[in-house]
Design a protein around this ligand. Structure first.
Ligand SMILES: Cc1ncc(COP(=O)(O)O)c(C=O)c1O
Length: 431
């Protein structure tokens, strides 16, 4: 199938699926691709073309596709009830594993998507502090719910002054006054965060952040920044929440909180925790989490803690934590090799490129800026050039995330990385 035929297939799918396809690939992909199979780090489209994949379903496939241990566990589980809507032992088996891995996890709750975990975390911090507002950072993504989708990708003319960014709704149809309960701060700037907190005394229940700004350019926190945010949170009586839906079980088996050595009050996990099954987690301090049992905080969900998802997570967490996290160390090593290789290729071809992030989640910025600190810096990226590069990479059989992100899994091999660099060299030559 050539790309014209692929577009025709998209047209056909529009008759049945809103938007044509049901994944986030929909809006942003350089061309619509329809997949049929996958193994390890490789995907096949409906015509049997093979790709080395760095999209990994937007993150969850940390063990790659059809990992034998996942397949075996899920096959076994599928013979049993898929859901009980009641207690079963896998719940505490998986919760205990997370307690061992994640520093803040005194208690654990399960749900099915990252957006739901953030919704629960909002409720827990508001209930605990009896304050109405959430502080978030410009460019950070915390799911698509009304209370969370603010100032994720505001246009340059919407952002407002840097010292007091506007709270910009992300979608039509959002509750009109939801933005009133969201205070926005720029990322990587403690002085401005301090001033913004001072301007909202006793209003902010929780400070929510992606510990690495993965969703807008994989921008690392500057040294001392997360420590500074934590001490400002304490000074102002706010709870600190790490949204680890991407960093969780990617940067370290204990999440970014273990990697950076900072324990938040609450953390949310999703994506890689289940290795591809729908599962997400809220983990945190006992007194906060116990509000669900004793403090009148309501939390529900028909599929919460369902055995099928937990069977997947049980194996995924075992695979990731075996040999003191050898699988993730390998994944991050492969990713760093790819980052270095891409930097060299760009230099060889005279292309201005910044590669930011960490081994298993990094980002390609076609920019002339010497460094990127916050969301507003990413607005200067040359998106046309990125699109051309993504298309050229796809033509060479390499799938990158359509926004310029690259996810690396535990099953990408040295051969995959070498083959990828060879192919991306040809993609750079086409720019
Ligand atoms: C940091 C972060 N939080 C929350 C979410 C929402 O997760 P989900 O898509 O599972 O609802 C995402 C999804 O990309 C995310 O990256």
């Amino acid at each position: 199938m050539n790309w014209d035929q692929s577009r025709a297939m998209l047209q056909r799918s529009r008759q049945s699926l809103a938007g044509g396809v049901s994944s986030p690939f929909r809006a942003k992909a350089p061309v619509p691709l329809f997949f049929d199979d996958g193994k390890g780090a490789h995907l096949w489209d409906v015509d049997g073309n093979q790709y080395i994949d760095y999209q990994l379903a937007w993150g969850p496939m940390i063990l790659g596709y059809s990992h034998p241990a996942m397949v075996a566990a899920l096959k076994q589980q599928v013979e049993k009830p898929l859901s009980y809507g009641a207690q079963h032992p896998l719940e505490f088996t998986v919760a205990e594993k997370i307690q061992q891995m994640v520093p803040c996890a005194e208690r654990v709750a399960f749900t099915s998507s990252g957006s739901e975990t953030v919704q629960l975390a909002h409720r827990l911090v508001r209930a605990c502090t009896r304050r109405p507002k959430i502080l978030k950072f410009e460019g950070h993504y915390h799911g698509w719910m009304d209370g969370a989708l603010h100032s994720y990708k505001p246009q340059e003319n919407e952002t407002g002054p840097l010292e007091a960014p506007s709270s910009v709704s992300g979608s039509r149809g959002q509750v009109a006054n939801a933005a009133d309960n969201v205070v926005v701060s720029p990322w990587n700037n403690l002085e401005l965060l301090s001033r913004i907190l001072q301007a909202h005394p006793n209003e902010i229940a929780g400070i929510f952040l992606e510990p690495v700004l993965c969703n807008s350019g994989c921008l690392m926190p500057e040294p001392g920044y997360l420590e500074g945010v934590q001490s400002l949170a304490r000074e102002h009586g706010c709870l600190l929440v790490f949204d680890e839906v991407i960093t969780g079980f990617r940067i370290h088996t204990g999440g970014a909180q273990k990697h950076f050595g900072i324990t938040p009050d609450l953390a949310t996990f999703g994506k890689a925790v289940g290795g591809g099954v729908p599962l997400s987690v809220v983990a945190g301090k006992a007194e906060l989490m116990e509000q669900m049992f004793t403090g009148g905080v309501v939390f529900g969900g028909t599929f919460n803690g369902n055995p099928f998802s937990l069977a997947g997570a049980n194996v995924c967490l075992d695979e990731l934590s075996r040999d003191d996290g050898a699988a993730l160390r390998h994944a991050n090593r492969m990713g760093e090799r790819l980052m270095d290789g891409i930097r060299s290729l760009a230099a060889q071809h005279g292309v201005a490129l910044q590669v930011t992030g960490f081994g298993t989640a990094f980002y390609l910025h076609f920019t002339t800026l010497p460094e990127l600190r916050d969301y507003r810096d990413t607005l200067k990226d040359n998106r046309d050039l990125l699109q051309r590069f993504l298309l050229a990479a796809l033509g060479e059989g390499v799938i990158l995330v359509p926004d310029g992100r690259v996810y690396v899994s535990a099953v990408h091999t040295e051969q995959d990385i070498a083959a990828t660099l060879e192919r991306l060299g040809r993609a750079f030559a086409k720019l």
